[in-house]
Design a protein. Structure first.
Length: 280
């Protein structure tokens, strides 16, 4: 079975073209890939499948084997994959995600190379402690205690559940590991939550770091970046277009008048490989 590892400003996923391959147990494969079997490693795997509603369908599995709706960086990487691997000639690609929603990917191509992809992340949900199930639409800004500090938590979901913490200090030197581990399993959340630590530099510039539930700190998270930008627009009077800077790179987030969140940035191939037959 052939696979490709791709990077999207910090997130690394393994992509498998399921027009050609069959994966019997993707949840097991996601765990094994994430354990860096063969030295590959990934945040999870993405299966690219046929769709009756869109040009393609995706299934995404986290590194613990659970299936997720999407990750914004994973969605952007699909745009580069399908164009440069010859699965489409379109520069506007439609993609069906787990819950049946349709994402539109705009590809910015130069000399046959996809330099950037803009992905429609959909509309945000302002949620309470049940955001892992995306079952509530109540707006919550909650003070949460973690070790020796109390943080004001902004709950936002854009595909995945996130709690956004705005800091006065620079998040690039903030002890994310100390507080992220406590907050992801805070009693306020019946299921674990992703945590973003962000600083408003100015009305169109954010610096942030991400603590991903069950994983630890990651260089970036597409839905977390979008959730942070949405919280900044809603509660911090930031502009509708923002540059979000993370250790993994910088992305542009824009909220359209209809409320949809657009995320634009690069994607890259990093590794092609073959998985031994029977391991999937």
């Amino acid at each position: 079975m052939r696979f490709t590892k791709m990077e999207g400003c910090g997130n690394d996923y393994i992509y498998i073209n399921c027009f050609e391959e069959q994966v019997k147990h993707p949840e097991r494969l996601a765990v094994r890939m994430s354990e860096r079997h063969f030295g590959v490693g990934a945040d999870g795997i993405v299966l690219i499948l046929p769709s009756e509603k869109a040009d393609f369908r995706m299934r995404m599995f986290n590194n613990d084997g659970s299936e997720a709706e999407m990750c914004g960086n994973a969605v952007r990487c699909i745009g580069k994959y399908v164009y440069e691997r010859g699965l489409t000639e379109k520069t506007a690609v439609t993609l069906e995600t787990m819950n049946g929603s349709i994402k539109i990917l705009q590809l910015f191509v130069e000399n046959g190379v996809v330099e950037e992809v803009e992905a429609d992340m959909g509309t945000p949900i302002f949620a309470g402690p049940q955001i892992p199930t995306m079952s509530q639409k109540m707006e919550v800004v909650e003070p949460l205690e973690a070790a020796d500090r109390t943080f004001l938590c902004h709950c936002v979901s854009v595909g995945n559940p996130h709690c956004v913490i705005f800091l006065e200090e620079d998040p690039f030197v903030f002890p994310v590991g100390k507080y992220g581990k406590i907050l992801e399993s805070h009693p306020f959340f019946p299921n674990r939550v992703n945590v973003e630590f962000a600083q408003i530099v100015d009305k169109n510039h954010i610096r942030m770091r991400v603590w991903e539930r069950g994983t630890g700190e990651t260089l970036a998270c597409g839905t977390g970046i979008s959730a942070t930008a949405v919280a900044a627009m809603r509660w911090k009077d930031c502009d509708a277009t923002l540059q979000v800077q993370m250790p993994g790179g910088t992305l542009q987030i824009h909220q359209r008048e209809d409320g949809h969140i657009m995320m634009k940035g690069p994607a890259a191939f990093s590794f092609d490989g073959v998985w031994l037959k029977g391991e999937e």
